[in-house]
Design a protein around this ligand. Sequence first.
Ligand code: ADP
Ligand code: MG
Length: 250
Amino acid sequence: MTATTNQPKPYIVAERVCKSFGAHQVLKDVSTVFHTGEVTVIIGASGSGKSTLLRAINRLEPHDSGRITIDGVDVCDDLATLQRQRCEVGMVFQQFNLFGHMSVLDNVTLAPRRIRRTPRTQANDEAMQLLRRVGMQDHAHKYPWQLSGGQQQRVAIARALAMQPKVMLFDEPTSALDPEMVKEVLDVMRGLARGGMTMIVVTHEMGFAREVADRVMFFDQGRIAHDAPPQEFFSNPANDRIRAFLGQVS
Ligand code: ADP
Ligand code: MG
């Protein structure tokens, strides 16, 4: 292999992104690059802007100024662009947000059928493969209320994967779970990372960050205050605020 083929490819680029809610500036000149195949863990105190950044990437919350591009294309309100980018970007939330009136299988096949126009039999086959990947193949015909939180979150991951995204955003995917269910969800995420998925994960699970992340980013009051490989990040916290934060969550 030549050196150039090993170059990580910039996939999502944020340049001086700002966002305010009223007088409260929540993102302050956030600039960073997320590369293809990279797993980034974002940590930081509640209210520091972590979710807002993920939501800006997915255009669930438009930013005020600065620029975000996905694979070189501006995140913007043009409908065709928005729809294409939403297919490329999978998102998993703290509250699993499954459709309560639909079976697990229908939750997973809905978007491919509606948006990609995948025929039902093909969508079902692909969904079953994904459900197998998250260990939920035996629950395909159940409804969300019949599942534990951990099972619902694994279905939510399968549902996001069904659109064949190029990047997965996770916003505190285990924070609403009982402790005994955290591992089964983190195991699925570990598998995804091992498979080369580009991931941006907001989490307080420091074990996951140490083990799986390529880089750990610390958000502080709307800014990326530190960004380093996990070994460096955890062995030698760059400042007192990080040390204090790690003291609270570890
Ligand atoms: P984090 O995910 O790091 O906890 P958020 O990005 O959710 O932080 O929020 C950052 C700040 O922005 C918080 O003070 C929050 O209250 C505020 N905020 C987030 N969303 C909204 C909104 N839709 N309207 C007003 N304020 C908001
Ligand atoms: Mg948040």
